[in-house]
Ligand binder design. Structure first.
Ligand code: NI
Length: 141
């Protein structure tokens, strides 16, 4: 019983503000407007994003930790928040260049930025809230 594996899921939440626009450059303005509505507005619009990063693993017997949350916070700031906060996702964010600035694409690219730097435990899930009512989850699949 005491020797069985005990997997714990630990989460850090962070926040950023960013602007975007949903717009397919292969479509006409009319097609974009018809499909995306206000989200296609050429002057962009902003969101207050919340991001939840969950790492899973067993607690280290020496530290009691799956991952040091101070370190996870620092990784999230370096690879996610510092690149996105107060930026225009369509124009300013290197890892979103040439991609539709949807939250579906954004959460996948955020995973790709962060995952190589998680050196203890295993990145399990990223949840990205665009509004209180709309969010995406990505599990690296
Ligand atoms: Ni939007």
């Amino acid at each position: 019983m005491n020797n069985r594996k005990k997997t714990v899921y630990i989460t850090r939440k962070e926040h950023f503000n960013a602007a975007h626009r949903l717009y397919n450059p292969n479509w006409t303005d009319e097609q974009n407007e018809a499909f995306f509505g206000k989200c296609a507005n050429k002057h962009f619009h902003g969101h207050n994003f919340d991001i939840y990063v969950t790492v899973k693993g067993e607690a280290d017997p020496e530290t009691g930790m799956v991952i040091d949350l101070k370190k996870l916070k620092k990784l999230m700031h370096t690879y996610i928040i510092d690149k996105l906060d107060h930026q225009n996702i369509n124009e300013d964010v290197d890892f979103m260049k040439g991609k539709m600035a949807s939250i579906e694409n954004l959460v996948v690219e955020i995973w790709n930025q962060l995952e190589p730097h998680i050196d203890r435990g295993q990145l399990h899930c990223i949840k990205l809230y665009e509004t209180e009512r709309q969010f995406v989850e990505y599990y690296g699949e």
